[in-house]
Design a protein around this ligand. Sequence first.
Ligand code: GN1
Ligand code: MG
Length: 379
Amino acid sequence: MDKIKEIIKEFNFIGNFVKYEENNQGNINKTYIIVYEKNNQEHKYLLQKINSNVFKEPYLVMKNIELVTNHIKKKLEENNDTVHKTLNIIKTKDNENLFTYINSAGEKEYFRAFDYIDNCISYDNLNDGNDPQSLAYEAGKSFGLFGRMLNDFPANLLGETIKDFHNTKKRFNDLLLSIENKVTNRSFEYPKKIIDLISMSKECSVIVEELGKTIPLRVTHNDTKLNNILMDKNNGTGISIIDLDTVMPGSSLFDLGDGIRSACSNSFEDEKDINKIYLNLDLTKSYLKGYLEEMALYLNQNEINYIGLSIKILTYELALRFLTDYINGDTYFKIKYAKHNADRFNNQYILLKDIDNKLDEINKFVKKTVKDIKKPHLS
Ligand code: GN1
Ligand code: MG
């Protein structure tokens, strides 16, 4: 029998199996949409094979997700919030969060399932939507709400699913190692850009240096790409945050910086037309407004002061990661063509330079917005 059909049988899906199809979004895990039917009603599920090359402890990933989604469910209930949703894990028939499949090579493959959240859409780029400004606001608000709902969740209950995930200093050292190790000779393609990246490494280590000191450790998502938000197909409201594999202790600045990098950069990560690659300031302001409306009252002054810089740092970090993977011979990110990681690197680099020129304006906007939000609460 077809392997996926065999695996589907291991989960507590309700009704009769109709069909499944592969979904190609995401750079890491493999995803399938599963359709079941009961009493003439369709019910969809999501089945995912966890990339265990990236996530070395799949059970820890699922434990974190279970804890965090239970907490969010409780918050939504307390607030009588029926609009927002969170992931709902479908257990296996053995009541486990994961099914382990042993493949023909004798290796373990880890599968998990969730309810499919219907009537939603996720965007790779805000310009794909009808009203990019309000979508940017909703995107910021969605991750802000996520942060706010987890504000009282003790970070020490969660394990680190990928060690040093946003350790920008370590990411920088990894780049130097890849150049030294010479699995390929690809570093010779970018001598000037590499020197430039080296010159920025100190400035871009600020969050890592201050984390747990002047920047508090919180429960954060850590992969706040635009397409990790499900939005209502009809009115664009942010409904749910997905892809919770990297939820772990971190900084609010990782989430906000990466969110703006991803949502407001005006183009796809592998855009071919380099004229389209820049940070769209209007979208950035809408995103920030949405985020800060939810989170401003919870952030400390240092977190607020570093917001502009965090967009630069997270873009720098991803530029390092794409380049490192390219030099290492494309072992981490899924690629669709030979120079995919090279294109992704070049784009993040262009974006980085553009963000640098816009930091003053972003910082001014943050200051004013936070002041406006806090004002009514002072009286
Ligand atoms: C990966 O899984 P996906 O596509 O949402 C990566 C992120 C990167 C992103 C860049 C676990 O995210 O850190 O920012 O690609 N996730 C992991 O596209 O490495
Ligand atoms: Mg991911």
